[in-house]
Design a binder for this molecule. Structure first.
Ligand SMILES: Cc1ncc(C[n+]2csc(CCOP(=O)(O)OP(=O)(O)O)c2C)c(N)n1
Length: 334
């Protein structure tokens, strides 16, 4: 653990990870009750990645995430109530209840998805970074994606363009070893993701994604490099999801022993132990965090329950453009 870690900051990292875990445990319960429908992909086990990486970003920076994005959204500071309402499909949700769990969006916090298409966020991130570059803004676009995305053409096209044009993108590959039920070595001839980045002339580093401080430190270094105009950077965050791919997945492709082995490295329990070892946390301190998180999650559920559905008049809102199409007049138009 780096020296000089401020107590308030250290505890805040723990609180954020606990919030993500409890929020998702609650979401899983609500899903089984039928309150949340559609797909639900839990981030449990991977909390150190979102929380650690988000420390390197300012409010000006942009974030692009995948469909497993509850943790990124919470770590970005989007209120839990707005996220829970989104999962309920209520109009008070961050995407007006139209996106659900996989499509969180909050432009005011520069949170650009929530993307259900594997790899679909990468070109979006490159476009955001290109806009910053063209307007000479020293901002970073952080793009989270899974190991499954490195099999997509979009990964290769995005890395190539970002490197070629020296764009300020921080690529964050959450390598949890599985793409749905397919293990990394069953879809990649080269499983060392850093080497793929190097092929496009990107700087890359692999980090223990179960260690929030290691992620924070590596992301901090990488982001300042990107912000300083030295081109894109890829971090491979080695992590694991403790739950199935989604609530609909029977999880038959990995052994209980493997899952248990990774649970020994639980990012929350291990980090709490380290804080205890440094005299920064005791039982009362942990109980305070748990109580405040329970209050926040409880209030989020209450807000979602109380939230209104969209009125029927809004059925086509944001589906069709309200603007009259303009553009070149065609010879056949009257
Ligand atoms: C282009 C595309 N192909 C296939 C799918 C179906 N699909 C949904 S999730 C997933 C696995 C993605 O795994 P990974 O990128 O490693 O992310 P993780 O779920 O592990 O976080 C697949 C293949 C999809 N959503 N989009």
């Amino acid at each position: 653990m780096p020296l000089g870690l401020e107590r308030a900051h250290a505890l805040d990292l723990l609180r954020q990870m606990v919030l993500i875990r409890r929020f998702e445990e609650q979401a899983a319960e609500l899903y089984t009750l039928g309150k949340i429908r559609g797909f639900l992909h839990l981030y449990i086990g991977e909390e150190a990645v979102a929380v650690g990486a988000m420390q390197a970003l300012t409010a000006e920076d942009a974030i692009v995430a995948t469909y497993r994005e509850h943790g990124h959204a919470l770590a970005r500071g989007i209120p839990a109530g707005s996220l829970m309402a989104e999962m309920y499909g209520k109009a008070s949700g961050c995407s007006r209840g139209r996106g659900g769990s996989m499509h969180f969006f909050d432009v005011s916090r520069r949170f650009y998805g929530g993307h259900a298409i594997v790899g679909g966020g990468l070109p979006v991130a490159v476009g955001l970074a290109l806009a910053d570059r063209m307007q000479s803004r020293a901002r970073v676009t952080a793009c989270f994606f899974g190991d499954g995305a490195v099999a997509e053409g979009e990964f290769h096209e995005s890395l190539n363009l970002a490197a070629l044009w020296t764009l300020p993108v921080l690529f964050l590959c959450e390598n949890n070893l599985y793409a749905m039920g397919t293990a990394l070595e069953r879809h990649q001839s080269q499983t060392d993701i850093r080497r793929k980045a190097e092929a496009y002339d990107l700087q890359a580093e692999a980090v223990d994604g179960m260690d929030v401080l290691a992620v924070e430190e590596a992301a901090g270094r990488a982001a300042s490099r990107v912000r300083g105009g030295r081109g894109p950077f890829l971090l491979e965050l080695r992590t694991y999801r403790f739950r199935a791919h989604s609530m609909a997945d029977p999880d038959l492709y990995r052994t209980k022993e493997e899952i248990e082995g990774w649970k020994q490295r639980d990012p929350i329990a291990r980090y709490a132990d380290r804080l205890r070892g440094r005299g920064m946390l005791d039982a009362a301190g942990l109980a305070t965090i748990e109580a405040s998180v329970a209050g926040e999650v409880g209030a989020a559920v209450a807000a979602a329950e109380a939230g209104a559905w969209e009125p029927v008049e809004d059925l086509t809102r944001d589906v069709y453009t309200p603007r009259t199409p303009s553009g070149p007049r065609m010879p056949w138009s009257s």
